[in-house]
Design a protein around this ligand. Structure first.
Ligand code: ZN
Ligand code: ZN
Length: 279
């Protein structure tokens, strides 16, 4: 079974969003765990959570993914930025676990000058005060492009974070096709080599989700600009090869392409047709 969905707005509530997933021909979704550029979040009523759970169950949704806000920087050396990030990750792991999301992904962060090692130490400390070890949810580190002082563009950096925490069993990886390509992993000409490298450094079993995006920016550019599938420099064939790969094909795929709901519906229809697979 193919598990595919897109990043969705939850402006109309959880249940309504789940209905929208069905309309889209999808069977999973990614949502922001709170306002992506601020600090606000909604408290969901018991009825709303139950209505949401009912729809996901009736429609056999695959693993669902929450995305932490972009303003959360756990690698920061600035006290106020760091304290804020610690609060957000702690609250959002608990909140997303409670509503039944399988995974929560976050950008490891930018060290903004304190150096990659200290950045990684901060991330580890931040995760340790947030993960209690009894959660069902898995926290995913996203592969990044390495723009500026960003942590997480190399598989080794993600490995160092996971190895450093008290509860590594609660940590997995989300591979973003646009980000890894821009970071210098050539999924167009050497997908097999990239997967082998991921497996060598991290272990392929840690890969829990794929962000399926084309890239507007060239290979190894360290720039993060998503393109619609087939409209960037990665291209349709390379992205289909990712989805067909025997070690990746059963993972959940999440589109983060710059399209509206109607556009995403069409993109999902096209991918299902190209792959000859159903949800
Ligand atoms: Zn992301
Ligand atoms: Zn992504």
């Amino acid at each position: 079974m193919l598990t595919i969905g897109t990043h969705m707005s939850i402006a109309k509530g959880l249940a309504k969003t789940a209905e929208n997933v069905v309309w889209m021909g999808a069977n999973t979704m990614q949502i922001f765990s709170r306002n992506p550029r601020g600090s606000n979040y909604k408290v969901y009523s018991k009825q709303e959570i139950e209505a949401f759970q009912k729809i996901r169950k009736e429609n056999s949704f695959g693993a669902l993914l929450a995305h932490a806000p972009y303003t959360m920087n756990l690698a920061s050396g600035q006290e106020r930025v760091y304290e804020f990030a610690c609060t957000v990750i702690r609250e959002d792991i608990a909140r997303m676990d409670e509503i039944g999301m399988e995974n929560l992904v976050f950008h490891p962060g930018s060290h903004t000058g304190i150096g990659i090692e200290r950045g990684i130490e901060n991330i580890i400390r931040g995760l340790d005060q947030a993960i209690m070890g009894k959660e069902k949810i898995t926290v995913l580190l996203e592969t990044m492009t390495g723009k500026g002082t960003e942590v997480g563009a190399r598989f080794e950096e993600l490995k160092a974070i996971r190895d450093g925490v008290k509860h590594p069993e609660r940590i997995g990886i989300c591979l973003d096709t646009c980000h890894v390509f821009a970071a210098g992993y050539d999924i167009v000409n050497d997908l097999e080599g990239v997967i082998k490298e991921f497996d060598r450094v991290l272990g392929i079993e840690l890969l829990k989700a794929v962000h399926l995006n084309d890239s507007m920016m060239p290979f190894a550019s360290h720039k993060d600009r998503h393109a619609a599938i087939g409209e960037g420099v990665i291209g349709m064939e390379a992205l289909l090869a990712v989805m067909r790969h025997p070690l990746l094909k059963e993972l959940p795929f999440y589109l983060e392409t710059p399209l509206d709901d109607q556009g995403h519906k069409e993109e999902i229809r096209m991918l299902k047709e190209e792959l000859g697979r159903k949800i």
